[in-house]
Design a protein around this ligand. Sequence first.
Ligand code: MLT
Length: 376
Amino acid sequence: MKIKLYNKIAKCGLDQFPAGYEIAEDLAEEDGIVVRSADLHEVEFPAALRGIARAGAGVNNIPLDVCTQKGIVAFNTPGANAQAVVELCIAALLLTSRKVSDGIEWSRTLAGREDALKVVEKEKSRFVGPEIYGKTLGVIGLGAIGGGVANAASALGMRVLGYDPYVSVNAAWMLNPAVKKVDDLDEIFRESDYITVHVPSLPSTKGILGGANLAKAKEGVRLLNLARADLAVDADILAGLESGKIAAYYTDFPTGALAGKPGVIATPHLGASTPEAEDNCAVMACRQLAEYLECGNIVNSVNMPCVRLAVNGGARVGVFYENNEETDGALAALLAGGNLAKGTRGGVSYVIAERTAPFDLDKINAVGGVIRTISY
Ligand code: MLT
C-alpha cells in the first residue's frame, strides 16, 4: 500500500501502518492520504485512493462531497487533541481578562532602565483586568473540546452555560452537572460575560460570532475563538471592539483584518500544537486509516457510515452504494452466506461481508447504485 503525506506526521503515527507500506510525501497512485492542515480542495485524487485521514478534528481542508461521490473515506480524530485546545482556551480566558499580553509587551520597554521597578508601580494600573471567578462563560459546542472547557471553567469557579443542539449522549455524560445546558443560543449571548465557540465551520455555524448574535451580547463581552476563522465576522468584531461592546477578542486564527488591532489577542493556530496532541492525532489517524485499508472497517469517518465487522478469514468485501431498496435487495442476494455488517449515512450505505465462498466482484459492480467495491 502507498500512503501519501501532505504534512509532517509524527513517527509514532506512521508506525501504525503494517510493515511493507510505502510512506512518503512524494508519491503517486496512493491508496491513502494522511493530512494535517494542508488544503486538499484543489488536489486531483488518483483512482487508487481509498481513504484520507485527517490528524485533527476540523475537516474543512478536505473536499468531503468529492470524497463521498468517489467512495473515498475521510476520517478525523475526535478528541485526540482536545486536552491541548482546552488548556489553551483556559489561558485565553485569562488573557482576555487580565491585560497580560499588553503588560508583557510594555514590560519589554523597561529593558536596561535603572528605575524600572519604580515605573512598574506607577504604570501598573493601566493593565488592570477582571477575575474570571464567578463570571458567566457561554460555551457553544459541547464536544470533546467544548465539554472540556466547560468542565475546567466550572472547576475555576465560573458559572458555565453550554449550548449544543447536537450533543452526543457520551459528551453529555462527561459534563460537570454544574454546567447549565441551554436550548437557546440567545441565552448564551444575553447572559455571558465570556463566550467561547467550539463548533466546526459549517454553513450553519459560519459567522456565529457576529451580526444579530453579537447585538444581543452584554456590553463588554469577551469572545474566544479557537475553532475556525470564519466562525467570526471580522468587521463586526472590529466594530464591537471599537464601540466597547466587545472588551477583548481572542482568536487562534488571526486574519489580516484582525491582527494587531486593539483588543485582539491572537495566536497562530496553536490550539493543538503540543507534542502530546500531535502524537495522539497521528496515532489515531494512521491507525484508523490502516484498519480501513487492511479490512474495510470504518471508525470516525466524517463522510461515510462507520461500520465494523470482525475479521475471521475467508473472502471479504466492502461495498459503498446509493441507499435504495432495489440496490439493497440486489446486494443482499450477492453478499449472502456469511457475516455481514451495514451502515447508512445520508444517501450512502456501506456493507462489509465475509464468507468462505468468493464474491463475484463483477456482478456486485454491475448492480445499479454501487459506488465502489473493494475486496480484502
Ligand atoms: C483541529 O481541527 O483539530 C485543530 O484546529 C487543530 C488542527 O487544525 O490541527
